[in-house]
Design a protein around this ligand. Sequence first.
Ligand code: BTN
Length: 261
Amino acid sequence: MQLDEIRIRSKLGKKYAELPMFIYKITDSTNLRAKEYAKEGNRKLAVFIADEQSSGRGRLGRSFSSQSGAGLYLSILTEGGMPAECGIDITTYMAVIASEAISELTGIDVKIKWVNDLYAGGKKLSGILTEGQTDENGNLSYSVCGIGVNILKREFPEEIRDIATAVEDECGSPCDVNELAANIIKSFLDNIHLIGSKKIARKYKKRSFLMGKSIKVIKKSEEYPATVTDITDRCMLKLRLQDGSEEILSTGEVSVRETFS
Ligand code: BTN
């Protein structure tokens, strides 16, 4: 599996002929490449894709396993302007766009695990990391939305072996990395006006891995059990706590609860 700019561009078509596209055999992180490009003053849409990342980044300072030719490692730079708190809307938007693109290409029933992971067969298939810079008015100067999709079946690092999966694991054969890249980029750019919309929230809810499930809310100072009762119009998690009260979670981390002690 190797990235091929000509094949990606031919699938993107004429509409995106001028789109800046940077393809790397290996780089530390496509999100870092995109941020560096933005810091040079570039603000227009651009995409960054790598065959391999030596320091793939995940949320909460975690790493993202990005072996050579084994997955799609893609970042999209978008213009800023929106309030910084809308960064989450870009993540949820990418979650919907990418889950649809993967499902259409592979037939896999892709679910979204709030807030930024794509799941298949109960395991993590893909992760999304949105980063950006905030200006003096509290708006994003730019944002970078990166997605990693595991495509080839392989030995994952020990710490994620039981919880990670790949397209090949789920449907028996890998998909074409160039076709998947082009489909995600095209759909992301074609529908960009839908970021933060109710239409995206409805689709997000339909694919939610957590609806109705018992989960554990993980905060800096505490952990507690809850049940997911709904996904709001802004893709926030509506929870019922054990004392019967409700909470709306706009950011943070949750895990699916097997047992709670
Ligand atoms: C997560 O699992 O918490 C998010 C993972 C995001 C990985 C993608 S791969 C392309 C882009 N470059 C990175 O360094 N991270 C994102």
